[in-house]
Design a protein around this ligand. Structure first.
Ligand code: FE2
Length: 308
């Protein structure tokens, strides 16, 4: 048995109320205590106060207490202390200060959402009706949390923490500075990227399909064009369609659909992608602020008190 899901993340921001309002607009359901729920997986985002924006905690579902014991011994071999209490293991990545918690919880089973009918050359799968994507009227509400992207000043240490310690598996690498890691059948649940400062680059949220990516982003941008970051496009690593928006704290949030799924580890061979190959196959060119967010310099000056 093993790790099986990314359960939730906690983000720290200086402006909690403003950021909470953004994620409500984004389609997450606010609860009374700073938590936000997705449609299929319940409480998955916790927003707390921090002096500068950062990833505070990642929670991961494991199958059995034996999985926690195995992680504890792997972490010990890396020289990382961990604490097991009941059905929970807690450990911190010393490079980023991010707290990881493994919880023994049931696997998430999502009800299958049928793919819409698409017409194509020589193929009329939908006749006598407009497309599903133009008939939908309700607000987009993400199904579940997909992944978080963590910038680290010590790529090797943070990658080893998640992969060799906690037990994430590597799906692909970006040469020398990026690791796509999974703790479920998703191509990636955590992407570790070498950066000049530790910060939360983005979180990503699953929606039904490409139409809901477009509808969700369109609604977010209608009164707030400044939220736009990058999209619509298709990534190479993970294959997913994407559209990135920016919250009022500076974190990016992504609507995604159609991500690669790894159910048999033997049938997936990690690749080392070079340059921007892993980034995208089509879409508008990424803005420079996607790779180096506008507040990077400010984070570098403020990061010591926030993280250490
Ligand atoms: Fe992403």
């Amino acid at each position: 048995m093993a790790l099986h899901r990314l359960t939730s993340i906690t983000m720290g921001v200086p402006n909690v109320a403003e950021t909470a309002a953004y994620y409500t607009d984004f389609g997450l359901a606010p609860e009374a205590d700073g938590w936000f729920a997705t449609r299929d997986a319940g409480r998955q985002l916790h927003i707390v106060h921090a002096p500068t924006r950062r990833l505070v905690e990642v929670r991961v579902g494991a199958d059995t207490p034996d999985d926690l014991a195995a992680a504890a011994s792997r972490l010990h071999r890396l020289g990382v202390a961990s604490r097991v209490e009941g059905t929970t293991l807690t450990a911190c990545d010393r490079a980023t200060g991010v707290r990881a918690v493994l919880d023994v919880v049931p696997r998430l089973v999502q009800d299958p959402v049928p793919a819409p009918l698409y017409n194509g050359p020589g193929r009329a799968d939908r006749t006598g009706s407009r497309a599903a994507g133009v008939l939908r009227t309700g607000p987009v509400r993400p199904r579940r949390l997909g992944h978080a992207v963590l910038g680290t000043t010590d790529f090797e240490t943070t990658t080893a923490f998640f992969r060799d310690g906690l037990g994430f598996k590597a799906s692909d690498y970006v040469k020398d500075h990026g690791a796509f890691l999974r703790c479920s059948t998703d191509h990636h649940n955590v992407f570790v990227i070498a950066m000049p400062v530790t910060f939360l680059h983005h979180t990503s949220w699953q929606v039904d399909d490409i139409d809901d990516i477009g509808r969700g982003a369109f609604a977010m941008l209608e009164d707030h064009p400044e939220r736009h970051v990058w999209g619509l496009g298709r990534h190479h690593a993970g294959s997913n369609f994407f559209w990135y928006l920016k919250d009022p704290a500076g974190n990016f949030s992504e609507y995604y659909s159609d991500m690669d799924c790894v159910v048999d580890d033997q049938l997936w061979t990690p690749e080392v992608l070079e340059g921007t190959k892993g980034l995208f196959d089509w879409g508008p060119p990424p803005p420079p602020s996607f790779l180096a967010p506008d507040d990077l310099a400010a984070l570098m000056t403020g990061s010591h008190s926030a993280v250490r």
